[in-house]
Design a protein around this ligand. Structure first.
Ligand code: TMP
Length: 210
């Protein structure tokens, strides 16, 4: 059985990742592929429990290291219960955020040592990497305005200060620049259909999928 592909969406707040992940998953399903759409933090029952601890409450509720360990506890369960079995049976997995988010939020923006996050990833996840990562990029101010227009209570990271979000954006761009074979940066300040077209172009050219 050929293994499926693992495609992740990354980016700061209000980039439209979730919409684009949904559009890509629908496109692949309509093209006849077995597709699993999922998200982090969360994606499996135990990881969704951990998500609630992470995305609500005071912005300084967790220290960077405690937060990182919680993200990885959720990730290990999500990988073991959902992502790996799906890929093994040949399904393509479309995931809204993965390990690059920990590197960008907890290390680049949160101040944790990048080496520590790399080591943790290697030790807990045997270094798995997505086949393709779509990094959606938008001006910080515009992204935060878009995120604020969403009416939900998952605002813990949105409420971190402007300099956190500036470092976050630069972090994602740096991560993408260091892994050009895996990452494609997409301008998210465009109509949804234009962003979707750019996503499909990247998926087709990188993965011979679709
Ligand atoms: P979401 O809004 O994309 O669902 O993600 C929830 C929040 O969690 C978002 O503000 C980004 C943050 N996050 C991290 O800080 N580190 C991580 O590893 C992940 C997966 C998400």
């Amino acid at each position: 059985m050929t293994r499926g592909r693992f495609i992740t969406f990354e980016g700061g707040e209000g980039t439209g990742k979730s919409t684009q992940a949904r559009l890509l998953a629908s496109y692949l399903a309509q093209s006849g592929f077995d597709v699993v759409q999922t998200r982090e933090p969360g994606g499996s029952p135990s990881a969704e429990d951990i998500r609630a601890l992470l995305v609500t409450g005071a912005a300084d509720r967790w220290s960077p290291i405690a937060e990182t360990l919680l993200f990885y506890a959720a990730r290990v369960e999500h990988w073991r219960q959902v992502i790996e079995p799906a890929i093994a049976r040949g399904a393509h997995v479309v995931c809204d955020r993965f390990a690059d988010s920990t590197m960008a939020y907890q290390a680049y923006a949160g101040g944790l040592d990048r080496r520590l996050v790399e080591d943790l990833h290697r030790l807990t996840m045997t270094g798995v990497e997505p086949d393709l990562t779509l990094v959606l990029d938008i001006d910080v101010e515009k992204g935060l305005l878009r995120a604020a227009a969403r009416r939900d209570d998952e605002t813990r990271f949105e409420r971190k200060g402007r300099s956190f979000h500036d470092k976050l954006r630069q972090g994602f761009l740096d991560i993408a620049g260091r892994a050009p074979a895996r990452c494609v940066v997409i301008d998210a300040d465009q109509p949804i259909e234009r962003v979707h077209a750019a996503v499909l172009a990247a998926v087709k050219s990188h993965l011979s999928v679709g």
